[in-house]
Design a protein around this ligand. Structure first.
Ligand code: SAM
Length: 232
C-alpha cells in the first residue's frame, strides 16, 4: 500500500470524508489516507497526527515525497492534541486501532472536537466501546460499513452530533450493520460466536475463581444475544 494505491479498508474510510472540509487523521502512520484524499480532490487541507516518532517521521517523509507539504501538516501529538482551534477541522478519522483505544482518544480531549461535525472510525476490534462513547457524548451513528480484506473483517462507523439510544444488540453489532445483515456481517458474528465458545470452554475447564465465573457469565450472555440475533 502507498498513498497512490490505498487499501480497500482505507478507501472505504475515505469515502465517508465530507467533501471540501479540513480533516484530521489521528494515528496517521504513513499519512496515506490524507495524501490520497487530497490527491483525489476530496479535501484540500489535512492534519496528520501521530504519537510515535518513527511513524511520525515516515508520515512527514511521505507527505514531502508526494509534494503535499502545503496541504498536510504532520504533528507529533497524542490523540486529538494534534488538532488546534485555528485548524478549522470538521472531519476526524481514526483507523486501524482497537475500539477501546479509539474511544479513549475521543474521551481524553473533548474540547478538541468543538468544531468537528463528523468522526469516521475504523476499529480493528471492539467497536462497541466507540458506540458506547458516542451515546455518552451525544453523537449518533449515521452510517456503518463492514468489509473483508486480506482475510480480516473491518467495521467502519460514521458519527455525527445528535442524541441517540441503542439496544444492547445494536451497541454490540452496530444498528445499521444489523439492519443490513451482509454476508460479511454474518461471517464476523459466526466467527465471534466460535471464539466466545472456545473461551467459555477454557474458563470452565481451568479457572474456578469468582472473577472467572463473572467473566464466564458475561460471555454466555453475549453468546446468547448473538445467537438470538443471528436466528431472528
Ligand atoms: N491509521 C493507519 C491505518 O489505518 O492504516 C495506521 C494504523 S497503525 C496500526 C496505528 C497508528 O496509530 C500507529 O502508527 C500508532 O503509533 C498510532 N497511535 C496509537 N495511539 C495513538 C495516539 N494516542 N495518538 C496518535 N497516534 C496514535
Amino acid at each position: 500500500m502507498n498513498a497512490k494505491n490505498l487499501s480497500e479498508r482505507l478507501r472505504l474510510v475515505a469515502s465517508f470524508a465530507k467533501q471540501g472540509t479540513v480533516l484530521a487523521d489521528i494515528g496517521s502512520d504513513h499519512a496515506y489516507l490524507p495524501c490520497w484524499l487530497i490527491q483525489e480532490g476530496q479535501i484540500s487541507r489535512a492534519i496528520a497526527g501521530e504519537v510515535v516518532k518513527g511513524p511520525f517521521e515516515s508520515a512527514k517523509r511521505n507527505v514531502a515525497k508526494e509534494g503535499l507539504t502545503d496541504n498536510i501538516v504532520v504533528r507529533l501529538a497524542n490523540g486529538l492534541q494534534a488538532i488546534l482551534p485555528e485548524d478549522g477541522v470538521e472531519t476526524v478519522t481514526i483507523a486501524g486501532m482497537g475500539g477501546s483505544l479509539i474511544a479513549s482518544i475521543l474521551e481524553n480531549d473533548p474540547e478538541r472536537l468543538t468544531g468537528v461535525k463528523r468522526i469516521i472510525v475504523q476499529p480493528n476490534i471492539h467497536a462497541m466501546a466507540i458506540r458506547e462513547w458516542a451515546v455518552r457524548h451525544s453523537w449518533g451513528i449515521v452510517n456503518e460499513a463492514i468489509l473483508k480484506e486480506d482475510h480480516k473483517i473491518y467495521e467502519i462507523l460514521v458519527l455525527e452530533r445528535g442524541e441517540q439510544s441503542y439496544k444492547s444488540e445494536q451497541l454490540l453489532m452496530g444498528p445499521i450493520l444489523l439492519q443490513e445483515r451482509s454476508d460479511v456481517f454474518q461471517e464476523k458474528w459466526i466467527g465471534e460466536l466460535n471464539e466466545i465458545s472456545r473461551v467459555i470452554n477454557v474458563l470452565t475447564q481451568s479457572a474456578q475463581s469468582e472473577e472467572a465465573k463473572v467473566k464466564r457469565k458475561q460471555l454466555s450472555d453475549t453468546k446468547d444475544l448473538i445467537e438470538r440475533v443471528l436466528k431472528s
